[in-house]
Ligand binder design. Sequence first.
Ligand code: IPM
Ligand code: MG
Length: 357
Amino acid sequence: MEFNIALLKGDGIGPEIVDSAVAVLEKTADKFGHKFNFTPYLIGGCAIDATGMPLPQETVDGCLASDSVLLGAVGGPKWDDLAGDIRPEKALLGIRSALGLYTNLRPAKLYPALRAASPLKDEIVGGGFDILIVRELTGGIYFGDRGFREGRYGHEAYDTEAYSVTEIERIGRAAFEAAVKRSKRLCSIDKANVLETSRLWRKTTHKLAEEYPEVSYTDMFVDNAAMQLVRDPRQFDVIVTSNMFGDILSDEASQITGSIGMLASASLGASKRGLYEPIHGSAPDIAGKNIANPIATILSGAMMLRYSFGLAKEADAIEAAVDKVLNDGCRTTDLMGTDKGTPLTCTEMTKRILEVL
Ligand code: IPM
Ligand code: MG
C-alpha cells in the first residue's frame, strides 16, 4: 500500500527523533512491501524564523492533503518571549484543531526491561502497569476565551474553560470504545467538586456509561488521581479526561514508566488521518547532541501504522523490535536509571532497532 505522510520535525530534538522514526518507517515499508512518501513542512520556532508565523497555511494545507502526520516537537528558549498567539506552542494547538483531532491517545506502560528506570518501588509496580490516557485535545481551557483586563487587584490575565455536551460525548465515546477493546475498565478524571465544566463532564459521561454496561466505570477527582497514579498505578486501565488534566497526568504517567522519552501518542478525529507525536517536548538543552531517546517517536510511527493505515502487523513488528532492543539492554541516557555503562546515542539506538526489524 502507498501512503503520504506529512513530516513536521519542528524544533530542538524534533529533527533528530523524526529522522529516526522515518528510518524505521522506511525499513518497515521495505520489509512489508509498502511505499511511504514523506513531505516535510515547517512548524513552531523554525516556521517563525522562516515565515514569521508558527503555523504557515502551507503546513496546514500539506497536512490536510496527506494521509497522516508525524510530528517531532516545537518550542525553545529562542521563542519564549513572543506573545502568546505567535508562540511555537500555538502552532501545535492550531494544527490539532485544524485537523479536528479531538481524541488524544497516550499509552503509558512499564516495560519490564526498564523496571530500574521507574522511580516507583517494586511493591507498587509489581508485574507492571499498562495505562491508556484518553485526553480531550481540541477544547477546554487551552482553547477558551482569554485575554487581559482590569480586575479587583488591577491588571490581570484570564483563561476560561468551556466544554459542550457534544465535545464531552465524542471524547467519552472514544474512551468507552477503547475500554471495550481492553480490560473494560474506564476511569473518568475531573474536578467536579469545584468546576462547572467537570460537573457537565460527569453528567454526560455517566449517561454514556449506560450504553456500555460491560465497562466498569468510575470517576475520580484529579488531585486524587495525581496521587493514585504514584500510589497504585495498577488500579487504572483506560483514563479519560479533559485537555489540561490529560496534559498534566500524562507527564506524570510517563515518569513512572521510567522516562518521558518512551511515550508515544496518537491524535485522532472523525477521519482516518491522525497526527502522531511523542508526548515529550523539544528538549532544547539536549538538542543537536545526538543523545535524545528516539523511541517515543518511533512508537508514534507504529501507532500511525495501526490507527491510520490499518497496518497492525507492521506496527507489531516495530513494537517488537523496540521490546527486543530494550531486553537486550540498549539504553539511551534517559533510560539508564541505576544501570552502569555507556548509554547509546540517538542514532545508535535507531540503528539497533533497524537491525532487529
Ligand atoms: C503536550 C504538550 C503540549 C500540550 C504543549 C507543548 C502545547 O505539553 O503535547 O502534552 O500542552 O498539549
Ligand atoms: Mg504536555
